[in-house]
Design a protein around this ligand. Structure first.
Ligand code: S3P
Length: 439
């Protein structure tokens, strides 16, 4: 589907969510499966791949660089790896759509190639900061051009000798960490990245799964050059970031009882569980198991009155993509919820602090944006028309808000829900959300 199509969500107020369901595959892991599978030696088989536009953008980019990739067909992808030095120069610039993960991680990989590559994206991606990756890559000896202001498009010049660095990341970003570790595969000495707070570690885990050693010591992860990736099989768990909408919908809507199956509960991703529990949610994690190096479980949420909290800053990187939905939970909670230390939310697919504050205010909620967070007073939700600004997570969060609204909610610009959650409308409607869409 074309993300430029204007798509509008229409929600009738009220209802509850019920049933057991599996949401689509984890976006972060899906991206990495294509990247590492392409650079491995041998054939990698992926199950549970997210067939959303973001991970498909990565898949198409590697196909454009000569990698034979079968599928996706019902989440199955077969990647015929070309080895670390087997990529071919693409015929045209790589179009990465809405996907910041594709662009930032690939900037590191492309820096190690022998050819030049141009990468561009849609209007949202074109506004997002890339200096956070181009500056440390430059320290490694890479040559990367950006637009004025350090935004895309990126032109990565190939054929540069890369040197390992010991880098202290100024922001807690898994994308920056991953970019540098991937560039480090092509450097002539070890590359170490130290993070100011724990961020998702899927790259480290997956490198390990492909037989490439990564040394992790506290906040520092290091790779040494000279290794190789050996093809493997990958079972992508359901995305906790997508499960979040149903967890929060069930928490706020009286009479709800939802079980999300086979959800990835990597400790670097479970901020939403921790925060919902602090708010008093009735949430249980069962059937914990490990699947291909990633912990997985079923998550059951039943409705219960929530209370406003001060969100611990240590949880911020662990719930970074879940805040739009958590703000809806805060609006439905009793008392005040205060978030600080989350300025990163301003440079996601939209300015998620401002856009959520605007939408909540439209619904009659007292929501005050601050430089690095928001203060939300729980209270009754009305209806109205809110703007998602083409941000998938904003659109799905306001859809769930309708469960507690007193009047219909219209959400504009929702086509990008397809970047991370194809089938959201159908799955949500099946669970009890009163949702329809028009083009
Ligand atoms: C991602 C890391 C996060 C997250 C993004 C996916 C990843 O970004 O917001 O949706 O796959 O590494 P940052 O690492 O920049 O916070």
């Amino acid at each position: 589907m074309n993300t430029n199509t204007k798509l509008t969500f229409h929600l009738q107020p009220g209802g509850s969510l019920n049933g057991a369901m599996r949401v689509p595959g984890d976006k972060s892991i899906s991206h990495r499966s294509i990247m590492l599978g392409s650079l491995a030696e041998g054939v990698t088989e992926v199950q549970g791949f997210l067939e959303g536009e973001d991970s498909l953008a990565t898949l198409k980019a590697f196909r454009a660089m000569g990698v034979e990739i079968e599928g996706p067909q019902q989440g199955r992808v077969v990647i015929h790896g070309v080895g670390l030095h087997g990529l071919k120069v693409p015929d045209a610039p790589l179009d990465l759509g809405n996907s910041g993960t594709s662009m930032r991680l690939m900037a590191g990989l492309m820096a190690g190639q022998s050819f030049d590559v141009e990468m561009h994206g849609d209007a949202s991606l074109t506004k997002r900061p890339m200096k956070r990756v181009t500056e440390p890559l430059t320290l490694m000896g890479a040559k990367v051009d950006t637009a004025e202001g350090g935004t895309p498009p990126l032109k990565v010049h190939g054929g540069q000798a890369l040197h390992g660095i010991d880098y202290q990341m100024p922001v807690a970003s898994a994308q920056v960490k991953s970019c540098l570790l991937l560039a480090g595969l092509y450097a002539d000495s070890p590359t170490c990245v130290t993070e100011p707070a724990p961020t998702r570690d899927h790259t480290e885990r997956m490198l390990h799964g492909f037989g490439y050693p990564v040394k992790v010591d506290g906040a520092t992860a290091c790779v040494e050059p000279g290794g190789k990736l050996s093809a493997t099989t990958i079972d992508v768990p359901a995305d906790i970031s997508s499960a979040t909408f149903f967890m929060i919908g069930a928490a706020i809507a009286e009479g709800s009882d939802v079980t999300l199956e086979h959800v990835g509960i990597n400790p670097t991703r479970i901020g939403v569980i921790n925060i919902l529990r602090l708010m008093g949610a009735d949430l249980s994690v069962t059937n914990e198991r490990e699947v291909g190096g990633e912990p997985v479980a079923d998550i059951r949420v039943r409705s219960r009155k929530l209370k406003g909290i001060r969100i611990p800053e240590a949880q911020v990187p662990l719930a970074i993509d879940e805040f739009p939905a958590l703000f809806v939970a805060a609006a439905c909670a009793e008392g005040e919820t205060r978030l600080t230390g989350a300025e990163e939310l301003r440079v996601k697919e939209s300015d998620r602090i401002q856009v959520m504050a605007d939408g909540l205010q439209t619904l009659g909620v007292e929501a005050k944006p601050t430089a690095d967070g928001i203060v939300i007073q729980g209270g009754p939700l009305g209806g109205g028309t809110v703007e998602s600004h083409g941000d998938h997570r904003i659109a799905m969060s306001f859809a769930m808000a309708a469960l507690r609204a007193s009047a219909p909610i219209t959400i504009n610009d929702c086509a990008n829900v397809n970047t991370s959650f194809p089938g959201f409308v159908e799955l949500a409607a099946g669970a009890g959300l009163k949702i329809s869409q028009t083009e």
